[in-house]
Design a protein around this ligand. Sequence first.
Ligand code: K7E
Ligand code: CUA
Length: 666
Amino acid sequence: MASFALTAIAAGALYSCKPKGAQAAVSGDAAEKAYVAPGKYDEFYNIVSGGFNGQLNIYGIPSGRLFRVVPVFSQSTESGYGFSEETKPMLNTSHGFVPWDDLHHLAISETNGEHDGRWVFVNGNNTPRIARIDLSTFRTAEIIEIPNSAGNHSSPFITENSEYVVAGTRFSVPLDDQNGDVPINTYKQNFRGTVSFIHPDPTTGNMSIAFQIKTPGVNFDLARAGKGKSHGWMFFSCYNTEKANTLLEVNASAKDKDFIMAVNWKKAEEYLKAGKGKKEAVKYAHNVYNESTHTATSTMMNEVTTLDPKECPDMLYFIPCPKSPHGCDTDPTGEYIVGSGKLAALIPVFSFTKIQQAIANKTYDGDYDGIPVIKYDAALYGEVQKPGLGPLHTEFDGKGNAYTSMFVSSEIVKWNIKDLKVLDRVPTYYSIGHLSIPGGPTAKPYGKYVIAYNKITKDRYLPTGPELTQSAQLYDISGDKMKLILDFPTNGEPHYAEAIPASMLMNKQRKIYKIEENMHPFAAKGEGQTKVVRNGNRIDVYMTAIRSHLTPDNIEGVRIGDEVFFHVTNLEQDWDVPHGFAIKGANNAEILVMPGETQTLAFKADRVGIFPFYCTDFCSALHQEMQGYLRVSPAGSNVALLFSTGKNNGATANPADSSKAKTTKP
Ligand code: K7E
Ligand code: CUA
């Protein structure tokens, strides 16, 4: 009953308070479909890229409720990720500490072409990196930097059994072991692309770069792995086949067709086995978070294996694709490859079977930098005519239909894969980029919904200064016609997203870290193990947190110039009882420590005084009492190092301080 009343009020508000120009596109009935009653769970987890905030956002579908922001390439003031001493190494690169990146795409791990719910891989565009997030903790477990790359955009795309997570360069550049100090207008001679095949260990997920393929100096935009019959192949969209190095908006749009690059990676594996791989000197960071020491390590790697297509025939092919293709998506059967030319007035659909025939018959249109170019018609299954303007990305519902996002005409267009006829179109508000159907990129889509991720929301939401929110929109696709059922704002700019059934993740969530398994070198596994140790100017505080006190909570004997490391171990062994820790004047964030975990906040003593510290997470009725004091004395003071909780152990005033106090009295 209460829900009816709520809906009626919401619907009323939609009409009566509608700002000028707003679209009242959802009727009360449709909105019911997105309504998840208080206390009820959502049907899907929606894992959404945060774009230029470098994070990953976790929403519920169909409610659109935001559950969590997972920091990946960016520091988090909420959890202390990238601020705590343990997590700083996660953001190390060959360029040093890089606490930001631009996260566009993600790929959930797969087994037999279907989601297996173990990990999600994401890309850092700017300083090329791939991260692995563990879906039982929703925390970043590993980050690997990609050498020989710049603008890691066509990345990451995963193969059917997670054999590889694949990453292509957007910007071709001189390779890392070449002299890069060349005139920019020697692009054609000196700039090269690469595509990297990263192998996650099937058991641990730990990533290593298996090999890189050197390619002509084009821009790789997006990619998809083959599946089913096309398993063993990878397809990349390329633009700037003109190899322009300036004013690309004109100079990279000169040609009528660019390419989709088809990579036979099984063939690449054969060449590797036959010893065709070359070891090259490069430098890249590999960062791993260890869940028993609760600490990340960063290792600098110095070698990568490359394959040169000149020595490896039948490994790469180009397929002409009109005009500056963006998305390149394979359907659930693996037979159809959809190229979305941003500037094209049609959508070409290529046939894997025809591509194989064309290769067997050498139906080529010459070559591009020595790589065979398959004749357009020989690879083409057909074209979707008049789909709309600015096709970007395509997802599939598993019922023989494809859904393509149209950036320029702001719509989703549904079409049939077999006869290429447009079946339905719905407006999006506005300028849709990616779209996502639960399971849409896999061999077995779950269907049911399509979610649009929009760049522009003018007139959809209350305005917030010069920048308006970006947003997602949820459409019901269970019937013949798509139906808008919900708008929800997003955190950051959403690019790609995937949705996975709640049942695959909700029962495998980690609840605590076992205190007896804590291998952190500075852990105090009980209050009896707490201590404060001086080593020159370094002071280590082995601290514990449990409802509702910190041990020790009185610390004296610290001097100006000391660096104090607060190693806080959370002794709780209950789900969802983190404790926070912050201290006045720390040039840092706070830290948030999960049950059984140890995290460290560094603090530099820069002035004499009393520095309160406290728990930042409201953990009990006496949370506000969860506090303590650090006394900082002048450099050279002889105040003894003392620490305690619940008793006063006879610390005395510094004689220097009291004499000073006397003499300054008028
Ligand atoms: Cu189309 Cu970077 Cu995937 Cu965004 S990209 S929209
Ligand atoms: Cu612990 Cu508040």
